[in-house]
Design a protein around this ligand. Sequence first.
Ligand code: LLP
Length: 390
Amino acid sequence: MFDTNTITRFKDLETPFYYYDLGLLRGTLEACKNASDKYGFHVHYAMKANFNPKVIAAIQSYGFGADCVSGNEVSTAIANGFDKSKVVFAGVGKSDKEINTALDADIFCFNVESIQELFIINELAQAKNKKANVAIRINPNVDAHTHHFITTGLDENKFGINSWQLHDVIDALRKCANLKFVGIHFHIGSQITDLEVYKNLCNRINEMQDWFEDHGFPVKVLNTGGGLGVDYHNPDTNPIADFEGYFKVFKDFLKVKPGQEVHFELGRALVAQSSALVSRVLYVKMGQKKNFLVLDAGMTELIRPMLYQAYQKIENLSRQSAVRSQRSEAKLKYDVVGPICESTDCFQKDVELPESFRGDIFAIRTAGAYGEVMSSGYNLRDKVQSVYSE
Ligand code: LLP
């Protein structure tokens, strides 16, 4: 991701910024497209992962649909060229305003997360004399074996409708003349690296689709959600997620009936590796128990390590470039922290790094998903900038 020219270019730039490797992004999108096209699968990009305009332009150009979780994501997707017939809208708390935005945009489908929401969408669609496509988001109670903060498919989670409520769902669907049931939707969590988990999900989906059909509701769309994980530890040796292996699990274990469509909602796997947060060392504080490297980026630019104890690889780019090769080979342990007035503003503790100095340029890798989008203005910080490889 970082050749000498790129690092030299960074020397003249104000930090912090998100650096986007658009070549790697395209390579990733192509790998996903090829792997999913093989089976005729439909992929919607989960906009929440990153809505940087250049990133979504690249994604849209490959013909992916959009998975949105707010009215603004719906409008942004459509304004950026995503085909409205490929836009889906999930979220446990869609407001009336957001539902109306999506109804006006004639999106493909609402992924509905409660029985009450079904009645509200029906009412709002009726007022517009429209019929809204709906898929029922079912909470399958399948453990995603990922961090509990990003697990969504267990009974204890707020998302989706639990299986014991499905009789009420079909009663509601029968009453709602302005809804058209198109299918079932699932999303069990994020950063899933154990593909076995998806086999369990397929089994649950197979049971659920039979249940709906047995009750007189043919299922056209099987939407399996997203969640495919990436390798945060080895971004250079493993820059592209295992799309082939991922889609193959669904090909092998999902019982797809004639006329059915299989949909996916991938976010992280499409964008994570193609960006890094680039920052400078402001101060080096050498202590008796701890050494601190204080960067000019903090939790306001990238909050994942603080919020989920997420690991993201930290590198001193200055030490990798030829410019600094005359420096000592000493390795030291540092807590790499940000400038924000919060103790939790620490990217990682006890990181072994080459001896580092004020002005050294650092990269925090695999930051393309849930990085820039989760930045905040806390402490009245400047909005984080973006720099592109081309
Ligand atoms: N579909 C639904 C309904 C979702 O809620 C999500 C993500 C996705 C698809 C895309 O999941 P992905 O393929 O990106 O795993 N901020 C957290 C991750 C939150 C994920 C929220 N939902 C993080 O930084 O790890």
